[in-house]
Design a binder for this molecule. Structure first.
Ligand code: SIN
Ligand code: FE
Length: 308
C-alpha cells in the first residue's frame, strides 16, 4: 500500500492554489494510498497537548476512547463520576478546537472535494493499543476495513485523519492489500456477492426508518452496500487464516506525525501506540476525483445493480 510523504515545505508550496497537485493527492488517497505528514500540518496548542498527555498520569481515568460529535458539540466516553467537571470541560474545548482545525486544513487540502462530506466524530485514543483485551469484532489489532455497526454510511467513504501525539513513541500499523483484491478473497467464497434489497425488504426498511424502529435494529438502517461492508469487516477479523497469510505491510507513524486514509477500503490494524487524535469525514463518492475507485462503484459493478 503506497505511503506518500508530504513535508510542510511541499504543503506550503502547494496550498492553496496548485489544483493539479491537490487532485493528484486526492486520487492517490482514493486508490488506497496513505497520505503521510512527517510533521503534522495541524499542530495542537502546547497547553492542549500537555493536558491530553497528562490525563493518564494524574489518575483522572480516561479509560475509554473519547468521542466528540462536532455537529452537536457533544463529548462522550468520559466517566463523569471520576472526572471533575472542570476536566471534562477542558477536554471538550480541546476536542472542539482539534476538530475545527482539522476541518479547516482539509477544506483547503481536499479542495477538489468542495467539502462534499459530512463531518463525523473526532476521537482521542489515550489507551495503549498493544495487548488490549477486546472481543474479536472490536479488536483493532486485526486487519480490517472499517464499517460502523450502528451508523451505516449509505455509500459514503470513510476518510480518517490521524495525529500521533505521543511525545516519543511511534504508532504501529499494518496495512493490507487493495480493496478489490480483498473483496475477491472473500466474495463469493465466504461472503455472498452483494445483491440489492428486494422490493419487500426495501419497503420494510423504509417503514422502519420512518417509524423509528430502525433505531432498535441496526441492520434496518443498512443499505445492501452497508450490509456487505459490515459483513466484510467481521469476516476479515474472524478469519484466522486470512489474518496469518494475507500480504501485510508494516508502517510506523512517528511521534508528532499525521496521516490520512480511506479506512473503509484500506485494510488496516494498529499493533501498538498510545495517545492519538483522529477526525472522521464521510465523503460523498460523487465527489471523488476517480469515481470508479469508490467501493460503492466497485461493488455495484460486481452486483450489476444499485446497492446504496
Ligand atoms: C482503527 O481504525 O482500526 C484503529 C486505528 C488507530 O487507532 O490507529
Ligand atoms: Fe479501523
Amino acid at each position: 500500500m503506497p505511503v506518500y510523504s508530504i513535508s510542510l515545505d511541499e504543503l506550503n508550496k502547494t496550498l492553496p492554489r496548485n489544483a493539479e497537485q491537490l487532485r493528484s493527492w486526492c486520487a492517490a488517497l482514493e486508490a488506497g494510498g496513505i497520505l503521510y505528514f512527517p510533521e503534522t500540518p495541524v499542530p495542537i496548542p502546547a497547553g492542549d497537548l500537555e493536558f491530553l498527555l497528562g490525563q493518564h498520569q494524574t489518575g483522572s481515568k480516561l479509560h475509554k476512547n473519547i468521542a466528540y460529535k462536532p455537529v452537536r458539540d457533544q463529548l462522550s466516553g468520559v466517566d463523569a463520576r471520576t472526572s471533575p467537571a472542570a476536566v471534562v470541560e477542558q477536554l471538550h474545548g480541546i476536542m472542539r478546537r482539534y476538530s475545527a482545525s482539522v476541518t479547516g486544513f482539509l477544506a483547503e487540502f481536499l479542495a477538489p472535494y468542495h467539502e462534499q462530506w459530512l463531518l463525523d466524530y473526532a476521537s482521542y485514543r489515550p489507551i495503549e493499543e498493544e495487548g488490549r483485551d477486546l472481543p474479536v469484532r472490536r479488536r483493532n489489532d486485526l486487519l480490517h476495513t472499517d464499517a460502523f455497526p450502528t451508523r451505516p454510511t449509505h455509500g459514503r467513504r470513510i476518510l480518517r485523519f490521524f495525529h500521533n501525539i505521543h511525545p516519543t513513541r511511534t504508532r504501529n500499523w499494518v496495512v493490507g492489500e487493495p480493496f478489490p483484491r480483498v473483496v475477491t478473497a472473500f466474495a463469493p467464497r465466504t461472503l455472498a456477492i452483494p445483491r440489492p434489497d428486494s422490493p419487500v425488504a426495501h419497503a420494510a426498511k423504509q417503514f422502519a426508518q420512518v417509524t423509528g424502529l430502525a433505531a432498535l435494529v441496526p441492520r434496518w438502517k443498512r443499505t445492501a452496500y452497508d450490509e456487505f461492508m459490515m459483513q466484510l469487516h467481521n469476516a476479515m477479523k474472524e478469519d484466522e487464516l486470512f489474518q496469518q497469510s494475507c500480504l501485510k505491510e508494516y508502517v510506523q507513524f512517528p511521534a508528532g506525525s499525521s496521516w490520512m486514509v480511506y479506512t473503509e477500503t484500506v485494510p488496516h490494524a494498529v499493533l501498538a501506540g498510545q495517545y492519538a487524535l483522529e477526525q472522521t469525514f464521510l465523503v460523498d463518492p460523487a465527489a471523488m476525483v476517480t469515481q470508479e475507485s469508490a467501493p460503492v462503484a466497485i461493488l455495484e459493478k460486481m452486483a450489476g445493480a444499485r446497492l446504496a
